[in-house]
Design a protein around this ligand. Structure first.
Ligand SMILES: [Zn+2]
Length: 322
C-alpha cells in the first residue's frame, strides 16, 4: 500500500522533474560564462539520509559541498523526492543513498536521463542480512510480500567504517588533487568509529545481560548482530505500524518482568507510547536509542554527528544491560 502510493507519486514527480530539468539545463547553458567557475569550485555530494550526509561531510571537509535531501526533523520512510531534489541528484558529482526498500524510486531515476558522476548505495558497501520478525513482534500487514533485506546497515559502527572507506575511495577518484585532505579527514573519522566500536564492545563484555527490549520499531539488526545481542521489539525495522497487538505488549511486559530488564528503548521521532505502556506496568525506565536515520532541526543546526549520537547510545546501552 505504502509502496504503491510512493510509486505513483514518483511517476508524477518524474514527469514534472523532467520538464524542470530541461528548463534548468537551458537556463544553465544561457548563463554568462564568468559565473560557471563558482559552480565548479566544490565536489557536489547529495545524500538521502543522515549517516551518509555526516560521513560525506567529514571525509569531504574543506572541499566538498554536501547536502542531505531529507529535511531535518522528518521521518525518513515517508520521504518522496521533489522535482528539485531529482535535479540535484542528476547534476551532482556523488550521490549516496541506502539502496533498500525505501529507495525504490532511485532505481527508476538512475535508469535514464542525466546521471550523477558517481553513485554509492550503502547496502553495497557491506554484507546484508534479511529483515527479521522475531518472537513477540507485531508483523507488518503486507500480505504476500517476501522478506526484504534489512536496509539499516549503518547502525553497526563496523559497517560505518566500511561505508566511510568506500566514500574515501570514491572521493579520491573524483578529486585526486585533494588526496592529502581526504586521507587526513578519513583517518580521523575512521579512528572515531573504531573508538565507538570499542566502547560498545566493552559495554557488552562487562554487561550483566545481553537482551534488549524495544517498545518500538527495531532498525538495529546489524548493531545487535555485531555485538552478539538478543532483542525483542514491538515491530520490525521499517514497519509502518504504530499499534502493536495485545499479545505483543503482553509478551514484552512478560520479558521485562521475568528477566528484570531495567530499560525499555524507544527510537527518535517516536511517540514513545508503546515503551511508556511497558514501563508503566513493569517499572522499567524509558530511554532513547538513536537509529541516526535523521536528526531534529535543532540538532542538525548544531552540527550533531553520527559519532556523537552513537556516544549517547553507548551510555544508554550501558544502563540497559546493567
Ligand atoms: Zn528504516
Amino acid at each position: 500500500m505504502k509502496k504503491k502510493m510512493k510509486k505513483t507519486l514518483f511517476h508524477r514527480a518524474g514527469a514534472v522533474g523532467m520538464a524542470v530539468l530541461m528548463l534548468a539545463l537551458c537556463l544553465c547553458a544561457c548563463e554568462p560564462a564568468g559565473r560557471e567557475s563558482s559552480c565548479e569550485a566544490a565536489v557536489k555530494i547529495v545524500t538521502t539520509i543522515f549517516p551518509a550526509y555526516d560521513f560525506a561531510r567529514e571525509v569531504g571537509k574543506d572541499f566538498a559541498d554536501v547536502s542531505m535531501l531529507l529535511k531535518p526533523g522528518t521521518e525518513s520512510h515517508s520521504y518522496d523526492p521533489s522535482p528539485q531534489d531529482m535535479i540535484r541528484i542528476r547534476s551532482c558529482d556523488l550521490f549516496i543513498y541506502v539502496g533498500g526498500e525505501s529507495d525504490e524510486w532511485v532505481r527508476d531515476l538512475l535508469s535514464s536521463g542525466q546521471q550523477p558522476k558517481r553513485v554509492i548505495a550503502l547496502m553495497d558497501c557491506v554484507e546484508t542480512v534479511k529483515e527479521e520478525t522475531v518472537e513477540g513482534m507485531t508483523p507488518e500487514e503486507e500480505e504476500g510480500e517476501e522478506e526484504e533485506y534489512d536496509e539499516h546497515v549503518w547502525t553497526s559502527p563496523k559497517n560505518a567504517e566500511k561505508i566511510v572507506e568506500k566514500i574515501t575511495q570514491t572521493l579520491l577518484e573524483l578529486a585526486p588533487e585533494k588526496k592529502e585532505t581526504i586521507r587526513k579527514n578519513s583517518d580521523a573519522l575512521g579512528k572515531e568509529l573504531e573508538k565507538i566500536d570499542a566502547s560498545f564492545q566493552e559495554v557488552v563484555e562487562k554487561a550483566a545481560r545481553k537482551t534488549l527490549v524495544f517498545g518500538d520499531r527495531f532498525p538495529f539488526r546489524y548493531f545487535a548482530d555485531a555485538y552478539g545481542l538478543t532483542y525483542y521489539a514491538a515491530f520490525p525495522g521499517c514497519s509502518a505500524e504504530t499499534e502493536p497487538s495485545a499479545s505483543t505488549i503482553g509478551f514484552l511486559i512478560d520479558k521485562v518482568r521475568s528477566e528484570k530488564i531495567p530499560v525499555v528503548f524507544t527510537i527518535e521521532f517516536s511517540s514513545g507510547k508503546v515503551a511508556d505502556t511497558i514501563c508503566e506496568s513493569t517499572g522499567a525506565k524509558k530511554l532513547e536509542f538513536h537509529s541516526c536515520h535523521n536528526v531534529s532541526k535543532e540538532a542538525f543546526e548544531q552540527g550533531v554527528t553520527y559519532v556523537q549520537l552513537m556516544q549517547k547510545n553507548v551510555e544508554h546501552l550501558k544502563e540497559a544491560l546493567s
